[in-house]
Design a binder for this molecule. Sequence first.
Ligand code: ZN
Ligand code: ZN
Length: 114
Amino acid sequence: MIDVEGSTAVAAECSFCLKNGQEVDILIKREDDVHICDECVALCARIVKRARKRTRSWFGISNKSDREGGSDEVAECSFCFTNGQEVEQLIAGQDDVYICDECVAICAGIIKRT
Ligand SMILES: [Zn+2]
Ligand SMILES: [Zn+2]
């Protein structure tokens, strides 16, 4: 649980599991607000491997209920900005953060080399 007083600190946290960057081994940064930790990459890699279908796999942490009549915005990968409909898999994190299967593979490669 993250309960930091005065949370104005700019400590990076994983956009998928919300773990603080100091709690994880590796935190891969994409944009200022988008990060993914090694654990989440491993988890996403497993999800991608298991579901080779053209379905969206949800990360399973965010329990936001579907907003009825919400926006028609199509989700896109927060790492490469590819439209979710153009990738095989788009895995949802927190607060409209997504990662596609290709970026999962890239991140997995980065972690392997680290
Ligand atoms: Zn994480
Ligand atoms: Zn991507």
